[in-house]
Design a protein around this ligand. Structure first.
Ligand code: SAM
Length: 277
């Protein structure tokens, strides 16, 4: 009998792929957690019925959430990651040569344990000596660490369950306070095609808190619509001023100097969403 995974991306849209094997299913104290083996995407991490990441396309997300902000800051020595339990973002952060230490604050220790077991391609960075893991709510964590970080990365799921507050104005004020006086942060901010109102609200809130706010894009075929946004907010450094020589010669699969620049070129419909924000 054929096994299929089907995700309700919204009330009118479903995404399906064939599953070869269900590797893991559990209900954690925070969410429903599954890892599936699929012929199309390799292993897939699913939380509350929504694809979080796949071994096939994760590099387009993780390289872009990490290297764009890390190369915008001239000294990204102390980094905070909120969420990111699969380890993909941490893997990219710890291999950046200027990063001296990183803290990853994940609310659900089961996501980390299951990713360590089934997703070694992503979770490999979690054992790096530069990284400290903390199991707690990122919303509370930022309020307790004022002025500590050069760069903060918000690698959250969709704004539901424990992640809802990670998209709110109060949290962004906490993030601003947790940054040093020249710090910057990036958050994954969902689909420009399906979440325009949310993107506009985040942009509006951040413009009131930070002098520099810029949206940039990547492509993640297994997320709704494929086109995906990040929002970078900065107290001092502008990602558009990054020069090719500022980018360390690591082995990238998606990111490079041209992509760094091009990711900030926004299609007309998205520029209009931001203009109206
Ligand atoms: N890249 C993924 C995406 O865009 O959908 C998200 C990756 S990662 C799996 C997201 C993690 O954020 C989850 O493991 C979840 O447990 C964690 N998380 C949710 N709310 C959180 C909170 N308030 N504090 C810390 N971590 C949180």
């Amino acid at each position: 009998m054929e096994l299929w995974y089907t995700e309700n991306q919204n009330d009118d849209l479903r995404f399906s792929c064939r599953v070869t094997r269900t590797l893991h299913v559990e209900k954690t104290p925070f969410q429903h957690l599954a890892v599936l083996e699929t012929p199309c995407f390799g292993r897939v991490l699913v939380l509350d019925g929504i694809v979080q990441t796949t071994v096939w396309d994760e590099f387009m997300y993780h390289e872009m959430i990490a290297h764009v902000p890390l190369n915008t800051h001239p000294r990204p020595e102390k980094v905070l990651i909120i969420g990111g339990g699969d380890g993909g973002t941490a893997r990219e952060v710890v291999r950046h040569p200027k990063v001296k230490s990183a803290v990853m604050v994940e609310i659900d220790e089961r996501v980390i344990a299951v990713s360590r077991q089934y997703l070694p391609e992503l979770s490999q960075g979690l054992d790096d000596p530069k990284l400290e893991l903390r199991i707690e709510d990122g919303i509370e964590y930022v309020t307790k660490h004022p002025g500590e970080y050069d760069v903060i990365l918000i690698d959250s799921p969709d704004p539901i369950g424990p992640a809802k507050g990670l998209f709110g104005r109060q949290f962004y004020e906490g993030v601003a306070a947790a940054l040093k006086e020249d710090g910057l942060f990036v958050a994954q901010t969902e689909s420009p095609l399906f979440n325009a109102d949310l993107i506009a609200e985040i942009y509006r809130n951040l413009r009131e808190i930070f002098p520099i706010v810029r949206l940039y894009l990547t492509y993640v075929p297994t997320y709704p619509g494929g086109m995906w946004s990040f929002t970078l907010a900065s107290k001092k450094y502008d990602p558009l001023e990054v020069k090719p020589e500022d980018i360390p010669p690591l082995s990238y699969r998606y990111y490079n100097a041209e992509i760094h620049r091009a990711a900030f070129a926004l299609p007309q419909f998205l520029q209009e969403i931001l203009r109206r924000a």
